[in-house]
Design a protein around this ligand. Structure first.
Ligand code: IPE
Ligand code: IPE
Ligand code: MG
Length: 257
């Protein structure tokens, strides 16, 4: 059973720049990242928090390429939570403009690397200009067949589950779904990640050891890896350190080895 799960969720390492990765070990299929510590990175340098967000934005492409190079298929990046609206107006405005800057700076390289961009969250609640960038990013990279770079934007795990339950209840009311057909699999089909396997590995930077409303359903059996490094300082070496740690874990999914 475990072998079968591994066969589906992982692919074998073929080539990598990083010699310290085990070439025969399983590579995670889906890695999720809580990109945290931008504000503290900036504060340490006497810079405004927005400078930290811009520096953090510049790390994303490098990690996506590093992930692609070792055979990871999906990278889900927590970019803005449903709780982040609580921040000062000026910071929120800056964050809502960042996708546009990201696309302008990085689209060329992302295309070269065959990256497919996706977005998940309450996208219809974003400002019109952010929605426009989201549409453009999806449109431009739709046919790319490389790594999926999936941004969680205005995303909250509880919101996702709430929306899923509402839609499911409507379908039951309409007779499209019977109550006895409500299973883990059918619930999964209502989630924003319905076409993606659950993350094998969750990485969080900046020293915080919490989930912060990220992928509550999907992280049920993910391996967790935390580092004190602030997101703008996070490099491909740190990333491969997380992958190495993952490769040493014994995943049992409640069973026995
Ligand atoms: C993560 O960095 C980026 C977002 C949440 C948008 P933070 O802005 O949370 O940085 P810290 O945690 O305050 O250092
Ligand atoms: C989580 O980071 C959200 C993102 C990285 C987008 P936060 O900085 O918002 O989380 P808390 O407030 O420390 O839990
Ligand atoms: Mg934070």
């Amino acid at each position: 059973m475990l072998q079968r799960i591994r066969g589906f969720f992982g692919s074998s390492l073929e080539s990598t720049q990083d010699q310290s990765l085990d070439h025969n070990a399983v590579v995670p299929y889906h890695v999720a990242v809580v990109m945290d510590g931008n504000g503290r990175w900036a504060k340490k340098r006497g810079l405004p928090r927005t400078a930290g967000h811009r520096a953090g934005m510049k790390v994303v492409k490098n990690i996506a390429i590093a992930a692609d190079e070792i055979g990871i298929k999906v990278l889900t990046m927590y970019a803005f939570s449903t709780e982040n609206w609580k921040r000062p107006r000026q910071e929120v405005d800056f964050l809502m403009r960042l996708p546009e800057e990201f696309l302008r700076l990085e689209l060329h390289d992302l295309m070269k690397h065959n990256v497919q961009m996706r977005f998940m969250g309450a996208l219809d609640r974003l400002p019109a200009y952010t929605q426009e960038t989201v549409r453009e990013a999806i449109e431009q990279t739709r046919s790319n067949t490389g790594i999926i770079l999936n941004f969680a934007l205005n995303y909250g795990g509880r919101r996702e589950i709430t929306d899923a339950i509402r839609k499911l209840a409507e379908d039951v009311k309409e007779g499209i779904l019977l109550p006895e057909e409500i299973t883990e699999e059918s619930i999964r089909s209502y989630l924003l990640t319905h076409d993606l396997p659950d993350p094998d590995l969750l990485i969080r930077t900046s020293g915080e050891i919490r989930i912060s409303n990220f992928l509550l359903w999907q992280l049920a059996y993910s391996e967790l890896w935390f580092t004190d490094v602030y997101w703008p300082d996070f490099t491909r070496e740190h990333f491969y350190e997380a992958i190495r740690s993952f490769q040493l874990r014994g995943r049992r999914f409640g069973g026995l080895k």
